[in-house]
Write a protein that binds this ligand. Structure first.
Ligand code: IMP
Length: 426
């Protein structure tokens, strides 16, 4: 992916998250000097399989699994300090050396226990189906200008007052919501006292770090979390996460300018899944949905919830190409389709007898559209051993060609299994 003119590559999810970004990041990170997480928080669950080991990373960039790669948590991330250090310790236990390899933006906002409590209590009635990781409340505090940033840990004398004000506010909200739950000031204080000595040595101006790395000719990979249709501006609002998951978020969340980006890779699953509530026009039903879920292991990496499954939706993916400015595609989980005799692909929508080529913003409209399917022949033979396009059955190649045509964007990677080596570089 990197080359003489390609120093900065972004990887984004082009559907509703869970596209298999962790695997693609892992493959490309092998050539990267720096890997940056730039938005979201511990709601992400990036799965990487190396040999017999499976790693699910929520907060630390997937690049950590390559020994020479430096990992950065950018300013756009809402950082859950508990998950972060637990994950770091687990990596060390499993033999990964993390010394001098992890940096955290001093501008990144902290996810506190009271954010998680508010998230889970509120979702009982709001029913977005959040991951309960405190993401929405933490971003609300950020835009409401009452967030706590990593850099605030440098002023421990101010923390008790800051925390008291925030915990009181959350408790008032909980009371107004009719919830009996209450946030504890002591819990938040204890957490920050414990973790500050470990956090501060990692805190720095990571935008500057990335800028200098690029100026020195280093290769930088920006690792997106979630997917375009969960973007707070462009997704199926309000059934979205609270950050900009699209490529624009990569620059604001890293602290570099848009001109720094050289390639924007969109990861699409060969079919579609969604976890949580909200529209999913090409959702399959009954036995077909169960088959996709079983063969694809479609259970949330963060919450374990069964994912809703359906067919590839080209209207969604085309929209994603446009709003992200994708320059290349990585198609994942092609092997999951090995089992099907026929594979429907949603090519457009119909609404009240008219053809619709673009994603409507209005959920009421999106809930009423009828996907128009083209049915492609399946291949019904294993693809997980393929390492070149030529190794794939003709029908599988035709399937990929059709996706490429529908999206007008070249496919650079095809993933045919969970392991690192199960990848075709086109
Ligand atoms: P939140 O990000 O926890 O606030 O959840 C908001 C919505 O985004 C819910 O529908 C979640 O299921 C979904 N979501 C958040 N993170 C991920 C992810 O990493 N993969 C897939 N869906 C996600």
């Amino acid at each position: 992916m990197f080359g003489p003119k390609t120093y900065c590559v972004v990887i984004v999810g082009a559907q509703w998250g869970d596209e298999g970004k962790g695997k693609i990041v892992d493959v490309i990170a092998e050539q990267a000097d720096l890997v940056v997480r730039y938005q979201g928080g511990a709601n992400a669950g990036h799965t990487v399989v190396t040999g017999d080991n499976e790693f699910i990373l929520h907060q630390i960039p997937s690049g950590i699994l390559h020994q020479r790669t430096v990992c950065v948590i950018g300013n756009g991330v809402v950082l859950d300090p508990e998950t972060f250090f637990t994950e770091l310790d687990q990596l060390v236990e499993r033999g990964i050396d993390v010394t001098s390899r992890v940096f955290v933006s001093d501008r990144a906002h902290l996810v506190m226990p009271y954010h998680k409590l508010l998230d889970t209590e509120r979702d009982k009635s709001q029913k977005i189906g959040t991951t309960g990781r405190g993401i929405g409340p933490a971003y609300e505090d950020k835009t409401g200008r009452r967030g706590l940033r990593v850099g605030d840990l440098r002023h421990p004398d101010q923390l008790p007052d800051l925390l008291r004000e925030r915990v009181d506010r959350v408790n008032q909200l909980l009371h107004m919501m009719g919830s009996e739950a209450r946030a504890s000031l002591d819990q938040s204080m204890a957490l920050l006292s414990d973790l500050t000595p470990r956090m501060l040595p990692l805190a720095t101006d990571t935008g500057l770090l990335v800028h200098r790395a690029l100026a020195d000719g280093k290769r930088v990979l920006l690792e997106g979390a979630q997917g375009a249709l969960l973007d707070v501006d462009h997704g199926t609002y309000p059934y979205v996460t609270s950050s900009n998951t699209t490529a624009g978020g990569a620059v604001t969340g890293t602290g570099i300018g848009p001109t720094a980006l050289d390639e924007i890779v969109g990861v699409v699953k060969a079919y579609t899944t969604r976890v949580g509530n909200g529209p999913l026009p090409t959702e399959a039903e009954g036995a077909l949905a169960d088959q996709l879920r079983e063969h694809g292991g479609e259970f949330g990496a963060t919450t374990g919830r069964p994912r809703r499954c359906g067919w590839f939706d080209a209207t969604v993916a085309r929209y994603s190409v446009r709003i992200n400015g994708l320059t290349a595609l990585a198609v994942t989980k092609l092997d999951v389709l090995d089992h099907f005799a026929e594979i429907p692909v949603g090519v457009a929508y119909h609404l009240d007898g008219e053809r619709l080529e673009e994603m409507p913003a209005d959920l009421e409209v999106l809930n009423r559209v009828q996907p128009q399917y083209e049915v492609l022949p399946g291949w019904q033979q294993p693809t997980s051993g393929a390492r070149r396009l030529a190794d794939l059955p003709l029908e599988a190649r035709a399937y990929l060609d059709r996706l490429q045509d529908l999206l007008g964007t070249p496919i650079r990677y095809v993933s045919v299994g969970t392991r690192r080596d199960q990848i075709i570089e086109v």
